[in-house]
Design a protein around this ligand. Sequence first.
Ligand code: SF4
Length: 196
Amino acid sequence: MSTPPAENAILLHACCGPCSIMPIQRLCDLGFAPTLYFYNPNIHPLSEYLRRREGLLAVAEKLAIPVILADQDDKAAAFPGPWLERIAALGEAMADMASRCPLCYDIRLERAARLAQTLGFTRYSSTLLYSKYQNHQAILDAGARHAGPGLEFVGEDFRSGWQEGIRLSKEWGVYRQQYCGCVLSEFDRYRSKIGM
Ligand code: SF4
């Protein structure tokens, strides 16, 4: 982006297509002009990452919203290694969402905040605030932690659009995932199959 963002611009960290629909619409209703930012090294395996990335691009095209893909200029942004290392450092606590998810939000929002500052955005937010399944307060905390002088975290609660977002994503044929993203969440999703 060579020219500074518009006065009403907001960098919207985006985790996937379905979760982006209502936050985009809400922010536009509030008078903001969102630019999506896909940075999610927590999504495993790579085939799943690619499906969600594709879904996000489909939503962006449908709603005519610009997108920045972290892995476009930095291929390593898709590599899960550094994310896994930080989560693994939690030891046994990694099995507990209350421990690992706040760290996962922190990793992603820290990079979103740094990019926002680099590009001259004065505000940023995250589609994670749409999900009923995420730890809403921990997302707000991470967002605020990485804000700072000249950068506000817009902690809008997008959850009221939950059903409408599901409806639209189905109507538009956007890929809908079966688990949160990481290998641990995939394990949690299917653990009952082995009686756990
Ligand atoms: S369950 Fe979801 S939010 Fe939590 S660590 Fe895994 S990918 Fe991140």
